[in-house]
Design a protein. Structure first.
Length: 100
């Protein structure tokens, strides 16, 4: 994903961005938790965007993605909170609420 495509996806919205790789086991463990939280997040006005780090070197550099999975919450297009590793549904929702 290019920076322009990424910016278009953010477009001043609240977006939870999952930086992942297909080969990453913790990324695979996080994925079902993101799916479980998706409806709750939608009700909070937050969409989920997945960015494959293997295809997004510029984005990884721009947002200092050194470990995966890394999740960043963008509020109105700006990064507000960040974590690495796996969180369950409840912890994901708590993270978003704390950073909105």
């Amino acid at each position: 994903m290019t920076q322009a495509e990424f910016n278009e996806q953010l477009n001043g919205q609240n977006v939870l961005v999952d930086f992942y790789a297909n080969w990453c086991m913790p990324c695979k463990q996080l994925n079902p938790h993101l799916r479980e939280a998706e409806e709750d997040l939608k009700e909070m006005g937050v969409k989920i965007l997945k960015v494959n780090v293997d295809n997004s070197d510029d984005l990884c550099s721009a947002y200092k993605i050194n470990f995966i999975p890394t999740v960043i919450l963008f509020v109105d297009g700006a990064p507000k909170g960040k974590f690495t590793g796996v969180k369950n549904k409840d912890d994901l929702i708590r993270f978003v609420k704390e950073n909105l």
